[in-house]
Structure formats: C-alpha cells, structure tokens
Design a protein around this ligand. Structure first.
Ligand code: 17E
Ligand code: FE2
Length: 454
C-alpha cells in the first residue's frame, strides 16, 4: 500500500473509551489504514469496529498484520512521522465561542465588575464601531490560534442585534475563507434580546436568510419572563421554517427562578428535535433546588437536547452578587453526564468584554471543568476530555465526519502526552495538527533543562 503520510507508533484514541497502539496511513485527505501494533496494544484487542467502520468509497482496508512487520514497513509513504508513545486524538471541538467580540478586551473600557451585564453594556458600545475588516481580522486570528492548538471544529455566535448585521456578514465570510482547514458554524445570536428593541426580531430572521447555520436566543435577558418564553417559541418556529438547528444562551444567571431550560426542553420534545437543539450555559441549573432539578433531569432525558457548559467564563461571571458561601455558577455537568446526556464544553470568550483572559486552548476549558464540576475520578477526567472532542462533535451535528476510523477525513492531533489524563494535567502541547490530510500546524514540545544543583 502507498500513502501520503504515515504516523507510526502512536496511542490512538479510536473511540471515546478505547485506545490502541497503531500506525495510521493517510491518503488524499482520508484515513486509509489503521494497523494495530499487536505487541504494544493496550488493554484492548484489535477492535472489530476498526474493520467494520470502513466506509470509504475507495474501500480501503485495515492492513493485516502479515502485511507489516510492526514498523509499518508494509506501507510505503511519502512522509513518515514517528509518533511512538504519543497520544493520537481526534481534533478538539470548540462548541461555543463569540468570535465577533474576540480580542477586544478593554475596548472601549475594561469590565471592572466582571458581570455578564457590564459585559453586555461594554459590547453595546464596541459594536457601534464594527467593520467587516475589524471582525474578520480578529475572528481569523482567533481561529488560527485555536487551530494551532488542535481545534478544527468551531461553533461561533454572531450578535445580530445591531442593525447593520456586520458581525454576521463578517463571520459568514470567515466561514468560507477558512473552510479548507476549519469547519466553522455561525449562530444568529440576538445578544440584546429578540424583543428587547423593536427591530431585533426582524434582524434575527434576516440573519437566517443571509445564511446563518443556527438560531440563537437569550430568554433570561428578555424584558419579562413572558417575553422569554415567547422568544423560545419564536426560535423554534424560525428553526423549522428555515431548517436550522438551535443553540440558545439559556438561564445564564444565578437566579434559581430562571427556568427557561424546561421551556427549551419541552419545545424540543414536542417537535422531536432534541438532537438539533443545544442549551448553552444553563448556569441557573446549579442554583435550582434539588427537588426541581431532579424532576427536570428526567424531562431532559426525554427531550435529549445537548448541553454546552463554559466553565472558564461562568466561574468568573457568576456568583458576583453572592457574598459567602459563593456559588460556582456552572451547570450540573457531572449529573447531566451521569444521566447519559450529551455535554460539551466551550471557551466562550478569548479576551473580550466578558473574559479578558484565554488562549483558545480546549485543554484549559476541560481542566476548569474538572475543577469546578469536581470531576476528578478516572472516568470523569476522561469524560471531560471527551467533552471537548466527541461530545462536541455530537453537539455540532458533525459526528458522521468525526473520529479516527478508516474512510474518515484525516483530521487528527499528535499530543505530547501518553493519555488523556496526562494531556489534561500538563495542558500538553499539541505538537502536530493534521487537517484534511495535511499538516496544518506544528509546535515543538518544550523540554526545560534543569541547571541548578541536584
Ligand atoms: N454574551 C452572553 O450573553 N453571555 C456570554 N457568556 C457572552 C456573551 C460571552
Ligand atoms: Fe456565550
């Protein structure tokens, strides 16, 4: 067999709960062979799923062990990467970011209170001065930063509550400009509320006509509870009419009476579209009384909507009106995961009015989830890694083109780590990013040298 690129000796994450030691052959942008190294294979035997997942039109096959001598010599390659002992992972998925506001921290002023609401005020001033170039340049810079750290799928919100729809148009152009190396989805997000000012409802619909991939909302920031409920109903109507999925900023507040999640879940259940719906943030869920939360969890298991938590942001934004004890202000990630629901994680912001920090690294996000959600058990740590990989792919609806299997697009990462725990603990360097079969970015791992005394 001939291939373009051969990765030798990696520890390959083939499913969310299994890795094997294997060589991976890539040709014409696709994974064409996965050859397990039997002598060094982990706990698992050669999984049947590898052979059975073959779906490429060119019918590549798993090379049998007799074709190789354990060093991949049975496969000729244009380029060989020795990745012995390194973690080979499917790419990171950024489930939730605001690319239109990225890299604007301090413009026109710093968020001194650290609240969501001061952030919205500051952004309202900053967005008066948006130009296509301004948004595109910041968005692409942020996407490159993320891609170099292994993110190849991104869902971004675009604020559509400003009359020129500049942010939206810019991000739609960016979606096109980056499509050879990054899959970008754009949500039409009415930051100031659909009914917050008279033109906003029409702007949201116009954004869908212009090509936004999904419909967003912010029911907890509508002027009344009734408006919040009405906004959710409108979002579902628009999603059906324009055949789009839904991703709502939902209950991003510490108010234990903010109960729009149940409305989103009920609408999804009635319309049988749970897998096309995501509830972002849902931080009030962390403040609900347990009796209500328990009932709600059962309803959520019926609607099967997706959840997106943003622990870096919400651990800083929430709890601001508390004294002590101070709430964590993050949704019930562990309980949702234990209930079998799909939870993925987002960075939400990189240096913007809501969060002045951030580098776009998804390992930082998962690391914060481990801490804030107290997911320190071994299976829980791996689950947090899965929330920035497979679970994100499910939320984004791209699971069919995601994962390391024969016939899939060759999107994968080489991490300077042995396993997920190691990668997370050290926030390991993503040393090679392969996008659609080509090496997109390389970062040499750092190896500090001790020069002190013993
Ligand atoms: N807008 C919003 O409503 N909530 C957020 N966390 C951000 C923007 C970042
Ligand atoms: Fe957000």
């Amino acid at each position: 067999m001939n291939c373009d690129l051969l990765l030798q000796g990696g520890r390959v994450l083939v499913t969310p709960d299994r890795w094997i030691s294997a060589d991976i052959a890539i040709s014409q942008g696709q994974i064409v062979a996965i050859v397990p190294n039997v002598s060094t294979t982990s706990e698992s035997a050669i999984p049947d799923t590898i052979a059975s997942s073959a779906s490429s039109p060119s019918s590549p096959t798993v090379a049998s062990n007799s074709e190789v001598d354990g060093t991949g010599a049975g496969i000729a390659a244009q380029q060989i990467l020795d990745v012995t002992g390194k973690l080979i992972s499917p790419p990171f998925v950024e489930s939730h970011i605001h690319l239109d506001s990225a890299l604007t921290a301090g413009e026109p002023r710093w968020n001194q209170s650290g609240t969501l609401f001061e952030g919205i005020e500051i952004w309202r001033d900053r967005k008066r001065n948006l130009s296509l170039e301004d948004v595109k340049q910041r968005a692409i810079a942020t996407l490159k930063q993320q891609a170099m750290q292994g993110v190849l799928f991104v869902r971004s919100h675009a604020d559509v509550s400003e009359p020129s729809l500049t942010a939206l148009q810019a991000l739609l152009e960016v979606r096109e400009a980056v499509k050879d190396w990054m899959t970008l989805q754009v949500v039409a997000f009415p930051q100031d509320g659909i009914y917050g000012s008279p033109g906003n409802e029409a702007l949201l619909e116009e954004a869908l006509k212009q090509g936004a991939d999904g419909v967003g909302g912010i029911p907890h920031y509508e002027l009344t509870r009734e408006d919040g409920v009405r906004s959710i109903q409108r979002i579902f109507e628009l999603a059906e009419q324009y055949d789009r999925w839904i991703d709502i900023h939902c209950d991003e507040i510490d108010d234990d009476q903010s109960r729009f999640l149940e409305v989103v879940s009920a609408c999804a259940l009635r319309r049988e579209m749970g897998d096309r719906v995501a509830a972002s943030h849902t931080t009030a869920f962390g403040s609900y009384n347990n009796a209500y939360a328990f009932k709600l969890l059962g309803f959520l298991q019926r609607s099967r909507i997706n959840f997106i938590a943003n622990p870096l942001i919400n651990i800083t934004l929430q709890g601001r009106t508390d004294s002590y004890p101070k709430r964590r202000g993050v949704t019930r990630v562990k309980e949702l995961w234990q209930a079998g629901l799909n939870v993925s994680l987002g960075h939400d912001c990189v240096q913007d009015p809501w969060y002045s920090l951030g580098t776009g690294n998804m390992l930082d996000v998962a690391m914060m989830a481990i801490h804030v959600c107290q997911m320190t058990g071994t299976a829980e740590i791996d689950a947090c890694y899965n929330m920035v990989t497979w679970n994100g792919a499910k939320t984004l609806g791209v699971a069919d083109q995601y994962g390391i299997a024969i016939g899939q697009p060759a999107n994968l990462l080489v991490l300077d780590a042995g396993d997920r725990y190691d990668a997370l603990r050290r926030r390991a360097t993503v040393q090679t990013v392969i996008s659609q079969g080509r090496i997109l970015a390389e970062t040499p791992p750092s190896h500090p040298v001790w020069r002190g005394q013993n």
